[in-house]
Design a protein around this ligand. Sequence first.
Ligand code: ZN
Length: 256
Amino acid sequence: MLHHIFDTHAHYDDERFDGDREAVLASLPSKGVHAVLNAACDKKSCLTSIELSRSYDFIYASVGIHPHSADEFSESDTELLAGYTKLPKVVAIGEIGLDYHYDFSPRETQKLVFERQIQLALELDLPIIVHDREAHADTMELLQKYRPRGILHCYSGSAEMAKEILKLGMYIAFGGAVTFKNARKTLEAAAAVPLERLLVETDCPYMTPEPLRGTRCDSSLIAYTAQKLAELHGVDPQQLLDRTCKNAYEVYQIAE
Ligand SMILES: [Zn+2]
């Protein structure tokens, strides 16, 4: 069985796990899951992510305000978030970024809130977890301005943009989308990312890989994603999982 799965981006506080959260989480270690980062997206999920990290040895948390919730951010929240990062298993600021697909918050607000949280991460010397959906140019502009450490999550940009992100020293994470039939552009990008900067993730309960697309996702299904990425890089899936697990420890600065 494949092991050393480090799911660098999950949402186990999502309501789709309300019926069986404890059973799902308890089963993960026996399915090869080594660690999980539960990513916050609003103030409420900062707390639930922290709670999960307290309840399970293998779960870590990030804290941050997602672009969808940018409207709820105020300056005093930087202190709130900074306070949370003093907790031992809070290892990143995220997920933060820009989403011009849904535009749930005005773009100007999204940009201000993203920028403020990048500044916070730099002050705290923490990595960021970036959500970029159909906002590549503005995302790159802010990343190049500040050069933060961290991760481009659920990467959907081009291979060219991936190279620019790698130049900044950042890591790039891929999920179930690499197994989809229309994944050509994403696969080109994934091939351009060297193994030492590659990460795997689910974004569960969303983005379930093929052949299970349409069902609820959990971290064990990274096995399918790893299979695809390993093929692309000409290594075996376990080698890919070993390396991406090591990378996750590096980017989140977790002592092994
Ligand atoms: Zn997410």
